[in-house]
Ligand binder design. Structure first.
Ligand code: AHG
Ligand code: MN
Ligand code: MN
Ligand code: MN
Length: 339
């Protein structure tokens, strides 16, 4: 039996990578792990609890909040507040930033941006959902931390990752020194190292996009989809089309098997659908750390300027060679007027 390395042990062992850190980031990652276990417990018995269906409220995105969206949001915010290592939380489910102003938290040095429950449309049908998190160091040095501390470029992230509540529950994260995956062992309630040093294959044969929006895509995206579907044994085409509808699940599959995930601009979503701060940036940091690539069809996601908390961006992310090939198509061209 292999030696079991828990998330906590791993974080402490990796502490040596950060000689100047005094353990705050380690404790912050621990707090996220605790909230993940609590959310996992509810996701796993959702059908038995009054936690399915919608909460009867609408979030800033204009989406009707699912009960699990609200529950996960509350659990992560409270775990971060109790942990005391985070001074501000920016969440998909809250219009404004949330200041954690307990005596300890208000002087904390980290900011957390979070998508507490990703893939909400899949909650009631038992399809994998996730949580996405992104951690920044506070930049302001005096007074209260502010929105400026949140709206940093993706290159400034100190850590990022996701939890996938799937056939097993995994926590996958990076602190800028590679990507490691931990599987929750419910018998001991610990995330245990199961996927050390994860690397995304340079090439793959899976493309992941909601083809239901085909008529609304730019011509370049349509041309790339056709490229994926053409028979060419030399380049292992046609590729397989796989789309789960939870960004975390689609990207986790591609991280392991290789592939490209695309959420492009469409005529109804001129900036794309996925949010830069708590979906695109954390996933881009993680996939780059695993040897992959993430752009908006032209520019590196991590270099994009953040102008609004909930701003959206198109995203092409995954196996490096596949994203580069897709970029040779004009992916951001004007949406062709419907003929
Ligand atoms: P969220 O549930 O956090 O709002 O995110 C849903 C996102 C993402 O998980 C997924 O890739 C995408 O929405 C699916 O969008 P479509 O249903 O438009 O394909
Ligand atoms: Mn949502
Ligand atoms: Mn999401
Ligand atoms: Mn969400």
């Amino acid at each position: 039996m292999n030696k079991v390395i828990t998330l906590g042990q791993f974080i402490i062992e990796k502490q040596a990578d950060f000689p100047y850190a005094k353990g705050e980031l380690s404790r912050l990652l621990r707090d996220i792990g605790i909230a993940a276990k609590i959310v996992n417990r509810e996701v796993n018995k959702a059908g038995l609890m009054d936690i399915l269906g919608n909460a009867g409220s609408t979030n800033i995105q204009g989406e009707s909040q699912q009960k699990l969206d609200v529950y996960a949001d509350q659990q992560f915010i409270s775990a971060l507040k109790c942990g005391g290592e985070c001074c501000i939380v920016a969440s998909e489910e809250n219009e404004d930033i949330i200041r954690l102003d307990t005596d300890v938290s208000k002087n904390a040095k980290y900011i957390v941006a979070i998508d507490p429950l990703d893939g909400s449309s899949n909650i009631d049908v038992n399809v994998p959902v996730g949580t996405i998190f992104s951690i920044y160091r506070r930049k302001t040095t005096a007074g209260q931390a502010s929105l400026k501390d949140v709206m940093q470029k993706g290159t400034e992230q100190v850590a990022a990752g996701y939890i996938i509540y799937g056939s097993s529950t995994m926590l996958v994260y990076t602190t800028g020194k590679g990507v490691n995956g931990f599987t929750l062992d419910p018998s001991i309630g610990e995330f245990c190292l199961s996927h050390p040093d994860m690397q995304i294959p340079e090439r793959g044969v899976i493309y992941s996009i909601n083809e239901g929006n085909y008529v609304h895509f730019p011509q370049g995206v349509k041309d790339y989809i056709k490229y994926c579907q053409v028979e060419d044994p030399k380049t292992n085409r046609p590729y397989a089309s796989r789309y789960i509808g939870s960004m975390v699940a689609d990207i986790h599959r591609n991280l392991i098997k290789g592939g490209i995930f695309i959420y492009p601009v469409t005529s109804s979503a001129p900036n794309g659908k996925l949010r830069l701060v708590y979906e695109c940036n954390p996933m881009a940091f993680l996939i780059e750390q695993a040897g992959g690539r993430a752009t908006n069809g032209k520019d590196r996601i991590l270099n994009l300027t953040v102008t609004e908390l909930h701003q959206r961006s198109p995203i092409f992310i995954g196996s490096k060679e596949m994203v580069k090939k897709a970029e040779s198509f004009n992916l951001l061209n004007e949406i062709l007027q419907k003929s």
